[in-house]
Design a protein around this ligand. Structure first.
Ligand SMILES: Cc1cc2nc3c(=O)[nH]c(=O)nc-3n(C[C@H](O)[C@H](O)[C@H](O)COP(=O)(O)OP(=O)(O)OC[C@H]3O[C@@H](n4cnc5c(N)ncnc54)[C@H](O)[C@@H]3O)c2cc1C
Length: 398
């Protein structure tokens, strides 16, 4: 088995690297608050950051925003290995780019959408013209998504939607909801669900901010009161939404920041090489060395899972258990990285980025709080372990 990239893939990696270094605003990587896996550091959210938006548009012009989609839908027509190279490099530089549209909605439409749905939505996503938010969770439905109560009732050529979504990241800065609704209340819960695209500008939608653990407005509560949506916005078949949702969640779980984990470890290594603790170099402290070596090993293990899923996608295989393994391993690593940084840097790690004494631009301070988001969003660690136990090990669901 040869784990090396081909010559062509190495050349592409260099092309991506050069592009990012040229196009990303100076100092972006160093100043970004982004913690691998976290998604609550709103000042960096590309949706409200014009510099990030410009970078994203440049990616779209290059045909890289939807890099592995067919060219007929505005994609780059590249392999999933090349896509993985691209994502790894982007996350290494903490660069913005891929989002709900390119990572979750688009791949799901490509797999299950009609030709008309593909033609209508995919090119606009690939050109960075529209943004989506995920309308799954409700006040009483998170892990158990089949229990959603938001309804969509048929009315001629339309659906009328009523209900509430919550924890809706970026809903306030997006154009469309990628929404699960109950379209048939008379059947078993997972058999009466549909996936539908809803325009944020529709009458009857109210978006209210929720402030996250960092004090930022990253997510929202969203209320739907008699919201009218054309039936043509249903993705795939009506009442088959549960099946599509499971696939969409797998795509979401493949979104991992493998380059970001490595970059942050490199910064920690640089920190311990240049810092003394109690008059001794931190790099010589056995506890510090032990913790960093353990992280390095675990990042390498996660890296293998990351490339495995790309390899599977190129062969038409759908990573399912693999998506849960990758999500679980990388998000738990994100927390471990934050805990280790906190222990190694001591009280300095608690300083925010406006303090000149804050190491690595105060990223540990926010990352320590933000890493929790990764452990919960897209299905908690407990749910991933349940999926692995059931689908991977053949144990009953609990
Ligand atoms: C930062 C952030 C951003 C988010 N963004 C979005 C978004 O954009 N759109 C969206 O729709 N949702 C979003 N979510 C919501 C997220 O998907 C849910 O919070 C998550 O699925 C868990 O659901 P819950 O909060 O209802 O917790 P619950 O399902 O009530 O779970 C509570 C606890 O019980 C555990 N638990 C539940 N069931 C089981 C079981 N069967 N076995 C073992 N343990 C179990 C869970 O692991 C958890 O620890 C976001 C969440 C966060 C934290």
């Amino acid at each position: 088995m040869d784990f090396r990239l081909s010559e062509q893939e190495e050349a592409f990696r260099k092309e991506v690297d050069d592009f990012i270094q040229k196009e990303l605003p100076a100092g972006w990587t160093e100043e970004s608050l982004y913690w691998p896996g976290g998604y609550g550091a709103i000042p960096d959210f590309e949706e409200i950051n014009p510099a990030a938006d410009r970078f994203r548009k440049r990616l779209a012009e290059k045909g890289w925003l939807a890099i592995a989609w067919p060219e007929e839908y505005g994609g780059g027509g590249r392999s999933h290995i090349e896509q993985a190279i691209f994502y790894e490099r982007l996350s290494y530089y903490r660069a913005p780019g891929p989002d709900v549209g390119t990572l979750i909605a688009g791949p799901t439409i490509l797999r299950f959408g009609s030709d008309e749905t593909k033609r209508e939505w995919l090119p606009r996503i690939a050109k960075a013209e529209i943004r989506f938010w995920l309308a799954y969770s409700e006040p009483n439905s998170g892990s158990d998504l089949a229990s959603i109560r938001s309804t969509a009732i048929e009315d001629g050529d339309d659906l009328i939607i009523n209900g509430q979504k919550t924890w809706s990241s970026g809903a306030h800065v997006s154009d469309y909801a990628w929404m699960v609704v109950r379209t048939d209340p008379a059947v078993a819960p997972h058999k009466g669900i549909s996936l539908v695209i809803v325009d944020n500008k529709s009458e009857g939608i109210t978006i209210k901010p929720l402030i996250n653990i960092l004090g930022f407005h990253s997510f929202n509560e969203v209320f739907f009161d008699d919201v009218r949506v054309p039936k043509s916005n249903i993705v795939g078949e009506m009442n088959q939404g549960w099946y599509y949702l499971m696939a969409a969640l797998d795509y979401e779980r493949l979104v991992v920041s493998i380059g970001g984990l490595r970059r942050t470890l490199e910064e920690l290594l640089e920190y311990v090489r240049g810092t003394d603790g109690n008059g001794q170099p931190l790099s010589g402290d056995p506890m510090v060395r032990d913790r960093l070596a353990e992280l390095a090993v675990e990042i390498e293990v996660a890296d293998v899972f990351f490339w495995q899923t790309a390899w599977m996608l190129d062969r038409g295989l759908i990573p399912n258990i693999e998506a849960s393994v990758l999500k679980l391993v990388t998000t738990e690593l994100s927390r471990k990285l934050a805990n280790t940084a906190m222990d190694v840097m001591g009280p300095y790690a608690q300083l925010e980025r406006d303090s000149k004494l804050a190491p690595i631009t105060g990223r540990v301070c926010t990352g320590y709080l933000d890493c929790i988001s990764a452990l919960v969003g897209a299905g908690t660690s407990e749910i991933q372990r349940n999926i692995i136990a059931m689908r991977g090990l053949g144990l009953p669901w609990s």
